[in-house]
Design a protein around this ligand. Structure first.
Ligand code: NDP
Length: 316
């Protein structure tokens, strides 16, 4: 079976390519720059890459860029999307590549009869932010959709980009009768395969030696569980709609406590950046369970593997 993975150089997509190759798939992997070894070397070194990995160059903002990579594929995993928080130009840096890029990839899929299903890497960022207060008794599930107006007012540009991209995707696939499933993970942790620092790993790295920790509550989930869910979403005929994924929801104070327990020698902040710590909420795992994800890798193991990997890659 041949599948395509977009943005294959990235943190989640690299794991997805690895697990797909291990499962015997042939993978057409797209990267933005084929001549940049930082984006390709770790992929070419994966077991099975020699026989079953084919690299393609594609840019989200170039029309038709994904046609070649998608051709002849049974499944397409669309993972590429800019993931960073700070920008002076959200439209150009985040929203356009997320939205136009997703439609660009789907348009390539619509031209190819072989594509049976598209699995889109969305996010809980496209789920959580509709203005409903996120309090301990609230259980967020797949019926939630982040609200464009709320994200714009609160200047949450990355959540806005993921919300608009997922919305545009659902509208497009309905019109073109494309079978699509989305995976909506929380903050993804775990070891890095790629040599560069991705945004979710940076969030953990930044806790070390910081004067304070941010007043943030986040769901966390291991990258292997997320990559595996993508594959199950493709392989399970009855899979449909969206799948939220979070092992647990924690305040950053709890991540600091966990790091302190695991690494007593680390210099860690003992104060929250705000006086009034925000509360936790819950993210439902019911639907993901129906995909066959019965047990998530424990948060503490994921945090430990993230730190060990950051050390290996000399970020720490
Ligand atoms: P990375 O930054 O590691 O990966 C993002 C990928 O998107 C990179 O391969 C990047 O290519 C590619 N990309 C960005 N802009 C373009 C463009 N214009 N053309 C082609 N490719 C582009 O992040 P993650 O692996 O964490 O993110 C992967 C997906 O998962 C994204 O859709 C993200 O929104 C989603 N996600 C991530 C979560 C997390 O906590 N990590 C949580 C929930 C969802 P290049 O390397 O060349 O920049």
């Amino acid at each position: 079976t041949v599948v395509c993975v977009t943005g294959a150089s990235g943190f989640i997509a690299s794991w997805l390519v690895k697990l797909l190759l291990e499962r015997g798939y042939s993978v057409n992997a797209t990267v933005r720059d084929l001549n940049d070894p930082k984006k390709t070397k770790h992929l070419l070194a994966l077991d099975g890459a020699k026989e079953k990995l084919h690299l393609f160059e594609a840019d989200l903002l170039k029309d038709g860029s994904f046609d070649g990579a998608v051709e002849g594929c049974d499944g397409v995993f669309h993972c590429a999307s800019p993931f960073f928080i700070h920008t002076d130009n959200p439209q150009e840096d985040l929203i356009d590549p997320a939205v136009k890029g997703t439609l660009n990839v789907l348009s390539s899929c619509s031209k190819v009869r072989s594509v049976k299903r598209v699995v889109l890497t969305s996010s809980v960022a496209a789920v959580l932010y509709n203005g409903t207060p996120l309090t301990p008794e609230v259980v967020v599930d797949e019926s939630w959709f982040s609200d464009q107006g709320f994200c714009t007012e609160t200047k949450m540009w990355y959540p806005l980009s993921k919300t608009l991209a997922e919305e545009a995707a659902w509208t497009y696939v309905k019109d073109k009768a494309i079978d699509m499933v989305t995976i909506n993970p929380a903050l993804v942790i775990g070891p890095l395969l790629q040599p560069t620092l991705n945004t979710s790993a940076r969030a953990i790295l930044r806790l070390i030696n910081a004067p304070t920790y941010s007043n943030i509550t986040a769901g966390c989930v291991h990258v292997k569980d997320v990559a595996n869910a993508h594959i199950l979403a493709f392989e399970t005929p009855s899979a449909s709609g969206r799948y939220c994924m979070a092992e647990s929801v924690v305040h950053f104070s709890e991540l600091v406590q966990m790091l302190h327990k695991l690494y007593p020698s680390f210099k860690l902040p003992d104060k929250c950046a705000d006086d009034d710590p925000i509360v936790k909420y819950q993210i439902s795992n019911e639907k993901a369970r129906s995909l066959g994800i019965d047990q998530y890798i424990a948060l503490e193991d994921g945090i430990k593997e993230t730190i060990e990997s950051l050390k290996d890659k000399k970020f720490l």
